[in-house]
Design a protein around this ligand. Structure first.
Ligand SMILES: [Zn+2]
Ligand SMILES: [Zn+2]
Length: 97
């Protein structure tokens, strides 16, 4: 009953990945284009870059080397990229070894 009351007032929009219509769909602006998703899972599916080494979706900071994205410094190194370190790791953690 509450749902049917709300249905008239709230704009439901269609996720561009799975086609689900959802009143809490959200927009993501990327590279000047606006995308609409019903979930972060769909947003990741559509927008997150893929690791050039292991193929997983990069949802953290990732590593970029020569225009190619990797999910982590390990993958970049395995792929032959040299001198990369994970970004965003505090120095006090890095120096602990
Ligand atoms: Zn979706
Ligand atoms: Zn990877």
């Amino acid at each position: 009953m509450l749902a049917s009351l709300l249905r008239g007032n709230q704009e439901s929009r269609t996720c561009e990945v799975c086609g689900n219509r959802y009143d809490k769909a959200f927009e993501v602006r990327m590279g000047g284009k606006t995308h609409i998703f019903d979930s972060f899972e769909c947003a990741i599916q559509a927008l997150a870059p893929t690791c050039a080494h292991c193929g997983c979706r990069i949802i953290g900071h990732g590593v970029e080397a020569g225009g190619v994205f990797y999910c982590c410094a390990h993958c970049a190194t395995e792929h032959g990229v040299q001198g990369v370190e994970d970004r965003g790791v505090p120095e006090r953690v890095q120096s602990r070894s």
